[in-house]
Write a protein that binds this ligand. Structure first.
Ligand SMILES: N[C@@H](CCC(=O)N[C@@H](CS)C(=O)NCC(=O)O)C(=O)O
Length: 214
């Protein structure tokens, strides 16, 4: 398998965690999101991923996009350890936490949104950081409530094994820390993130441990 990735991309980080949890080896193909106007916009990459976003997974010629779809594909093709375990209700909760991050927080703080704020709306760095931190606060407040109000929360977001939800949580917290967002109001988010970070699969997937890290 080949993973088109960028070390700091949280969507690619999710897939790297899933690949590691499953014990799957893969080749890293770096796509630099900032260099040369963004390599994700080059025609050769756009032919693989029409949205010009990372990650893209090439599984022996089968090209897959969208991190959550990729992780579900990996989970179906390599079922153990399951990243969507349990009953339909369990899986719905895991997907709800994952989507609260991947659909409700991440897209509005993505690079191209921040670039649009800067280039088209002339928002300065202070304003862009305020935007970023605001949507982190709104989103993580919801995630914290989902975790604290439910007995199914365990060592990890759902029970005592890592799931799709944890694959999404850890990269989002990495982003929050990078932008100096206060995390004191989210004790479950922080506790679960630290529990995940103690695992090799998460550690090896982290931005600092990527071959394209700067
Ligand atoms: N929904 C997509 C989001 C992918 C995404 O937004 N990737 C970011 C990096 S985390 C990206 O490629 N950004 C490039 C840009 O904004 O130009 C997924 O989950 O794969």
């Amino acid at each position: 398998m080949k993973l088109y990735t960028y070390f700091r991309s949280s969507a690619a980080f999710r897939v790297r965690i899933a690949l590691n949890l499953k014990g799957l080896t893969y080749e890293t193909v770096p796509v630099h999101l900032a260099r040369s106007g963004g390599e994700q916009h080059q025609a050769t990459y756009r032919a693989l991923n029409p949205a010009s976003l990372v990650p893209t997974l090439d599984d022996e010629g089968l090209v897959l996009t969208q991190s959550l779809a990729i992780i579900e594909y990996l989970d179906e093709t390599h079922p153990q350890p399951s990243l969507l375990p349990g009953s339909p209700a369990d899986r719905a909760r895991i997907r709800a936490i994952a989507n609260a991050i991947a659909c409700d927080i991440h897209p509005i703080n993505n690079l191209r949104v921040l670039q649009y704020l800067q280039r088209e709306l002339r928002a300065d760095e202070v304003a862009r950081n305020a935007w970023y931190r605001h949507w982190i606060e709104v989103g993580l407040t919801a995630v914290e409530a989902m975790l604290s109000d439910d007995v199914r929360t365990g060592e990890f977001c759902h029970g005592d094994t890592p799931s799709l939800a944890d694959c999404c949580l850890v990269p989002q917290v990495f982003n929050a820390r990078r932008f100096n967002c206060p995390l004191d109001a989210y004790p479950n988010v922080v506790r679960i993130t630290e529990r995940c970070e103690a695992l090799e699969a998460f550690c090896l997937a982290s931005p600092a441990n990527q071959p394209d890290a700067e």
